[in-house]
Ligand binder design. Structure first.
Ligand SMILES: Nc1nc2c(ncn2[C@@H]2O[C@H](COP(=O)(O)OP(=O)(O)O)[C@@H](O)[C@H]2O)c(=O)[nH]1
Ligand SMILES: [Mg+2]
Length: 244
């Protein structure tokens, strides 16, 4: 068994089945507490698959990641600063259009994304047909259909995770283009942002947030939340972890 533990983040709108998937993957190997200094629930679990160890974090359910709320900041900071090996974006297959909004935002932040199309059983009942291959091609990342409550699709998801953490999947996230005025500003800002953040953070995303006047991101970048940085020992033990 190799000693490396891979980190997986679960992101998605509320009610898309994130916690259901989290429970299926981790069983009883999980605990909850609060994020350091926040009243937001922190749920962390562990599982082993094919002799490799994984840590999975159930991020707060949000509709966006624009720092409108503490939940959004927690989810955003984890993706940006903890740099999970894989971020699973869980979407409700019966409300794809609304859910894709969050997926696009995550794809601006990281290319290590697997889109989980959950509630496929409900979608089928409603006669909704989704061309998975086409969606995956369009988004530029793997898309795995799931019915987490019935444990359907879990094996394919685990296999996709394995291939992603081993660098066997080359993703090419869709690049959302904005109005000409915004794109011109991004072009001007990008070299400056790259100079400051280097390869450490997704420059186009940082530029967009700056254009948006996101002062909370600026603050986070200046005072990187140390408990989220890779290589820092498991911080969850600092919170009131309890087994559930
Ligand atoms: N039909 C169906 N219901 C599901 C599925 N996954 C989750 N649910 C249900 O959807 C509701 C919300 O699930 P939950 O895991 O709490 O969503 P979260 O808010 O994203 O964590 C619960 O009633 C689940 O039982 C699924 O694949 N199919
Ligand atoms: Mg939940």
């Amino acid at each position: 068994m190799n000693n490396r533990e891979y980190t997986i983040a679960l992101a998605g709108n509320p009610n898309t089945g994130k916690s259901t998937l989290f429970n299926v993957l981790t069983g009883l190997r999980q605990h909850t507490g609060n994020w350091p200094g926040k009243t937001v629930v922190h749920a962390e679990g562990f599982f082993t698959y094919k002799d490799e160890q994984y840590r999975i974090i159930d991020l707060p359910g949000t509709y966006s990641l624009y720092s409108n709320s503490v939940d959004e900041e927690v989810a955003r900071d984890f993706i940006i600063f903890a740099k999970p090996d894989v971020t699973l974006v869980v979407l409700d297959a019966t409300a794809l259009e609304r859910n894709l909004n969050l997926a696009l935002q995550v794809l601006e932040m990281t290319d290590r994304v697997i889109v989980c199309l959950n509630l496929m059983d409900e979608a089928k009942k409603k006669g909704i047909v989704i061309d998975i291959a086409k969606l995956s091609k369009k988004l530029g990342v793997p898309v795995v259909p799931l019915a987490a409550r019935n444990k359907e699709g879990i094996e394919e998801l685990l296999e996709t995770i394995v291939r992603m953490v081993h660098g066997e999947i080359k993703t090419k996230p869709i690049v959302v283009s904005y109005s000409r005025a915004i794109e011109e500003k991004i072009t001007k800002l990008l070299p400056l942002v790259k100079e400051i953040v280097g390869e450490e953070y997704p420059a186009r995303w940082v530029a967009l947030r700056l254009l948006d006047g996101d002062t909370s991101l600026l603050h986070a970048l200046q005072h990187q939340p140390h408990h989220l940085l890779k290589g820092v020992p498991n911080y969850a033990c600092h919170c009131s972890a309890k087994s559930i």
